[in-house]
Design a protein around this ligand. Structure first.
Ligand SMILES: Nc1ncnc2c1ncn2[C@@H]1O[C@H](COP(=O)(O)OP(=O)(O)OP(=O)(O)O)[C@@H](O)[C@H]1O
Length: 702
């Protein structure tokens, strides 16, 4: 038994020399031997566990006999166990280890510094184990089996670039159907065979009349999806089997408008009663008018009624165009039109202020230029429109009492269940008996979203409350790892440009920009171009400068003819804008200097050039602006004038979009501009006078 600590110290402090007992002598001898043969494990133990050495020194000065020996015998046994464990851990027999320290030390001395460091590292794990071992119960148990060896800690492989890009994305987007932009589907003209398009014979004939004999890539994929062969799926109401929503991302000028106009006309042609069944929302009035023309051209002879609501006309006038019956309490609403094309602002006005205007019968809700519209939070229009297409969640018990009741909600008072959509039938005041009327039915509204730069933002997509959406992305494979690379482009919002578009940028001093523009226009004989500036005010200034310059330049017989330019911006009245656009389409105006008002969607087929006079500040804007040319497979050119201080930003933007290799840099020599310099200076002088006169209020000489 070990002595209690106080007893031990009492004997030690007595100071009288004592003759060593036999046991003590034996112990000391053993200890000496042990020291002589102290194995490496022992050394390690001493390193790792200073208490062991302290114990030794305490023992050296010790004076007791058997009790002490018993303690030390136990310690020996413990040391033995530790040594054998360490040996086992190092996979070497304990015996061999006893002889190793000398050798080892010698080797260590010869080793270079790095090697020595390694040896010390190698030695570290046993010392930890030895420390652990010292806390084992003190009993002469047989050597424990070797501890299991665990694999060294290692970092997991980093996620791949594509894994990171796809993280958090809508599953439907990851599973998007990629469509090769060059895909074309010829349309057979006569007979039952629709060539896989799902289009009726009448529609194919109409397309032929309009000069369309084949479908573009986006139409090839979308039409069969929206026009299934199963005729039941083409019904106006699908309360038990509602259709899937659709999101489409396809380059500018690739024919997205027809991709939704054709199925809407085909499906609505079979309707019996006129109800508002297709709603198309667009960001600007100009686009509304353009899409209306397309509907009218293709829906000719089908008897479908088409209307627009943009605020161009008075609210009362629009109401009279939209609503047939204004009597109170028509639960199913009333409509004079089948298809309504509108801007979100005016739509909200009708939703909140027009009696019997309802969206419950919608079969199609189209959001064209979807990313732009989703960025508009005007009156929270999207949430309200979506809510109006869904049946309200009103429980049977919450229904008003049957018959007219003075305190019943307005829409139930003397309500006429004339033409409720199937999903709204549960709102009727009927007995609470489970039947066809009370069972749950879904809205038949199919949402169709389109853009050349469709957002991948999961938050914005979630706001659309899409039903089992299907994504279509028109995008060419760009490398040998096609599928993956293309999918990555989709996820990273790298947008596809029309293949027939050539893109160039020029870096110049700010003051030389107008001169460079004149040079480009005359050098390339440009007569059908859109020139984009950063604001409505700059459009007016630039048009003025072009006019002065042309007057000076061509009056001296230079150039191939006077270039006629006209401004087009939100500063102009609607009627003026309409006239200007018509003149430009008729090629009576050569250059339309415009703000971003018409950077999206506008389709003017003969535009051969787009000039970014002021460089766009983001990639989306760039894509839409340059997309006003090179439409429907025609050739087109885009020039971007980049001021010196913007060059870095512009290039970074292009690189981020992986588009820098597509945009070639053009340099114009000073000598090439010299023939215009004098006229340019003259035009600048006239500009100064013009604006000075305008400021002073004096009548201008112009
Ligand atoms: N199958 C077709 N054959 C010939 N021309 C077509 C076909 N489909 C569409 N077009 C024409 O291509 C032009 C561009 O179509 P559209 O305006 O629908 O493009 P978009 O994809 O909506 O472009 P943006 O993104 O700029 O709005 C239009 O003039 C249209 O008439």
């Amino acid at each position: 038994m070990p002595l209690p600590t106080n007893a031990k110290s009492a004997t030690a402090s007595s100071g009288a020399p004592k003759s060593k007992t036999k046991a003590k002598q034996r112990y000391l001898k053993q200890k000496k031997d042990r020291k002589r043969l102290r194995p490496k494990g022992g050394a390690l133990l001493a390193n790792g566990n200073p208490t062991a050495e302290a114990q030794d020194s305490e023992d050296d000065g010790g004076d007791d006999g058997d009790d002490v020996e018993m303690v030390n015998v136990e310690e020996d046994a413990e040391e033995e166990i530790i040594t054998s464990r360490i040996a086992a851990r190092l996979d070497t027999p304990a015996q061999t280890k006893e002889k190793r320290p000398k050798k080892r030390r010698k080797v260590e001395l010869d080793e270079p510094e790095s090697e020595r460091a390694r040896t010390v590292d190698d030695a570290r794990p046993p010392s930890t184990e030895a420390r652990n071992a010292s806390s084992l119960p003190r009993s002469p148990s047989p050597p424990a089996p070797a501890l299991p060896s665990f694999p060294l800690p290692a970092l997991p492989n980093p996620p791949s670039k594509s894994d990171l890009a796809l993280q958090g994305l809508d599953k439907a987007l990851v599973d998007a159907q990629l469509i090769e932009p060059s895909t074309l589907l010829p349309l057979p003209l006569e007979g039952e065979d629709d060539g896989g398009s799902g289009l009726s014979e009448g529609m194919r004939k109409r397309l032929k009349e309009l000069g369309i004999t084949e479908l573009f890539a986006v139409q090839t994929a979308l039409l069969p999806f929206l026009l299934p062969r199963d005729r039941r799926q083409r019904a106006a109401y699908l309360p038990y089997n509602p259709p899937r929503d659709v999101c489409v991302s396809a380059p500018t000028g690739s024919g997205k408008t027809l991709a939704y106009v054709l199925p809407i006309i085909e499906i609505l042609t079979s309707r019996v009663v006129t109800q508002l069944r297709a709603l198309v929302v667009l960001p600007t009035r100009d686009l509304v008018n353009q899409v209306r023309e397309t509907f009218e051209a293709l829906g000719k002879g089908r008897g479908l009624k088409i209307a627009t609501a943009t605020g161009q006309h008075s609210f009362a006038h629009e109401q009279s165009q939209l609503i047939a019956d204004k009597s109170l309490g028509l639960m199913g609403g009333s409509s004079k039109v089948d298809i309504l094309i509108c801007t979100p602002g005016r739509l909200m006005d009708h939703l909140t202020g027009t009696k019997n205007f309802t969206l419950q019968h919608l079969r199609f809700l189209v959001i064209d230029e979807a990313d732009r519209l989703l960025a508009q939070s005007f009156q929270d229009w999207l949430a309200q429109v979506l809510a109006a297409t869904r049946p309200p969640q009103r429980a049977l018990s919450e229904r008003p009492p049957r018959g007219p009741a003075s305190d019943a909600p307005r829409d139930f008072v003397a309500s006429t269940p004339d033409s409720l959509a199937p999903a709204f039938l549960h709102l009727l005041s009927i007995p609470d008996i489970p039947c066809f009327l009370t069972e749950k039915k879904e809205s038949s509204c199919q949402k169709l979203l389109f853009s050349a730069t469709l957002t991948r933002d999961p938050g914005k997509i979630a706001a659309l409350d899409l039903r089992n959406p299907k994504y279509f992305v028109v995008q060419g494979a760009r490398s040998t790892d096609e599928e993956d690379a293309s999918m990555l482009d989709v996820a990273m919002e790298k947008f596809t440009m029309p293949e027939s578009l050539s893109e160039t940028f020029l870096v110049c001093e700010t003051a030389r920009k107008p001169l460079l523009l004149f040079h480009l226009l005359h050098e390339h004989n440009v007569t059908n171009a859109l020139v984009f500036t950063k604001s409505a005010e700059s459009t007016a200034r630039l048009v003025q400068l072009i006019t002065f310059f042309e007057a000076a330049y061509t009056s001296q017989g230079k150039g191939s003819g006077t270039i006629i330019a006209q401004a087009y911006s939100s500063d102009l009245a609607n009627s003026e804008r309409k006239t200007i656009l018509e003149k430009f389409k008729a090629q009576q105006i050569h250059i339309l200097v415009c703000s971003d008002l018409i950077s999206r969607g506008i389709d003017i087929s003969h535009v051969t050039h787009v000039v970014n006079y002021d460089a766009p500040v983001d990639m989306r804007k760039y894509v839409h602006r340059v997309g006003r040319t090179a439409r429907a497979g025609r050739a087109g050119h885009a020039w971007t004038l980049v001021e010196e201080q913007e060059a870095r930003y512009f290039k970074t933007m292009m690189r981020a979009a992986d588009h820098m290799d597509k945009v070639k840099r053009m340099k114009v020599k000073e000598a090439d501009l010299s023939s215009m310099t004098q006229h340019f200076e003259h035009a600048l002088g006239r500009m100064r006078d013009f604006y000075a006169a305008a400021r002073s209020g004096a009548p201008s000489a112009e």
